[in-house]
Design a protein around this ligand. Structure first.
Ligand code: PLP
Length: 392
């Protein structure tokens, strides 16, 4: 048989999707699985967003759209970023793509050539290193564990930058840790990147999922210089419970946005036309959208605290109080088995699905998503406690 490409041979399949698939398989076989694997909200998309999409289909908006997105949605995105303090952003700098994941990939393809280095703070979202490798780039990870609240320092960043570095990836709030950088911390990292003359890809897909009163800021809003170096990725999936719609966004300096639009025009073409009209309704009815998000946040927050309390009550588990996204990322090193073994055994023995940390560049940790019902959290915590107790 003819051999596969270098790209195909080098890429690892997404471990988060793999856990989810295994848990779903067990469920389909009739097992009572407590799933903490999913990286998606368990709510439905708000009704008015669905209605706008249905309306668009009825009106025949079922044809190709301009590759970078429908003009009204790009304009709405530009306005959102101007309101967030990124002065002078135009619609031409905003691209709508088939998912935040694709926005990330195109951002990387737009600025990384073979051999270029990309600084990726670990724990990282599983796809970043793989995307960098697909672009021919070299991922350089910088680790920050529980004792640093999962946040790298400007000194660590400075030490990781070489003459070959072209990009820093920041993901705040973070998947998998739920950690969020303060505006001051972000500013300090941004300054180091600007001094080095590298791009920043700021993945803000979880920008609205915040707790304990913390605030989100976009590094692009710090200064004109920052806006010229930051590629901001976001999307509708996590905020509005629209994972299946496949709609991501990107806001970038003009030359990068233009390159991303060209890459998109030659690969995916536009994101689904009528789906973009649903997203447009979300942007144009912002108060209603935020009311829906706040409803979800209230529930997420309650579950976050239940899960955090429960995990902290289990001997051998250490867990940070994450303030963003919908994940907790406890350390399980004291329990004496690898995260991969922990995840495999707890799924087998107790039918609890968690994602092992190895895929996030953090062996010794597991990721639990609390985008699941209170009932699953309560039951899952009991099973976790039983499992951990028999490890001693
Ligand atoms: N970025 C991060 C950090 C994520 O966790 C995800 C989804 O899991 C994405 C981007 C992509 O989201 P989507 O492609 O569903 O919009």
């Amino acid at each position: 048989q003819a051999k596969l490409s270098t790209w195909a041979s080098n890429i690892a399949p997404s471990p988060t999707l793999a856990v989810d698939a295994k848990a779903k398989e067990l469920k389909a076989a009739g097992e009572d699985v407590c799933g903490f694997g999913a990286g998606e909200p368990d709510f439905d998309t708000p009704e008015f967003i669905k209605e706008a999409c249905i309306q668009a289909i009825r009106e025949g908006k079922t044809k190709y759209a301009p590759a970078p997105g429908i003009p009204a949605l790009r304009e709405a995105l530009a306005e959102k970023y101007r309101n967030q303090g990124v002065d002078g952003v135009t619609a031409a700098q905003c691209v709508v793509s088939p998912g935040g994941k694709y926005s990330c990939y195109l951002a990387i393809l737009a600025v990384i050539s073979p051999g270029d280095e990309v600084v990726i703070p670990a724990p990282y979202w599983v796809s970043y290193p793989e995307m960098v490798k697909l672009a021919g780039g070299v991922p350089k990870t910088v680790f920050a564990g529980l004792d640093s609240n999962f946040k790298i320092t400007p000194e660590q960043l400075r030490a990781a930058i070489t003459p070959k570095t072209r990009l820093l990836i920041i993901n705040s709030p973070s998947n998998p840790t739920g950690a969020i950088y303060s505006p001051e911390e972000l500013q300090a990292l941004t300054e180091v990147a600007l001094e080095a003359g590298i791009y920043i890809m700021s993945d803000e897909i979880y920008e609205h999922l915040l707790y304990d009163g913390v605030k989100h800021v976009s590094p692009a809003s710090f200064s004109k210089e920052a806006a010229d170096a930051v590629i901001t990725v976001a999307g509708f999936s996590k905020t509005f419970s629209m994972t299946g719609w496949r709609l991501g966004t990107l806001m970038a300096p003009p030359a990068v946005a233009k390159a991303v639009a060209s890459l998109q025009s030659q690969t995916s073409s536009n994101a689904t036309t009528f789906a973009q009209y649903g997203a447009l309704a979300a942007m144009q009815n912002w108060d209603e959208s935020m009311a829906a998000v706040n409803g979800m946040l209230e529930v997420f927050d309650r579950r976050r605290l239940t899960l955090l309390d429960g995990l902290r009550g289990i001997e051998g588990i250490e867990c940070a109080r994450a303030q963003g996204a919908f994940y907790l990322f406890p350390n399980i090193e004291k329990l004496g088995l690898s995260a991969a073994d922990f995840a495999a055994r707890i799924l087998e023995d107790e039918k609890v699905a968690v994602v092992p940390g190895e895929g996030f560049g953090a062996p010794g940790y597991i990721r639990l998503s609390y985008a699941t019902s209170d009932e699953v959290i309560e039951k899952g915590l009991k099973r976790l406690a039983t499992f951990c107790a028999q490890l001693k």
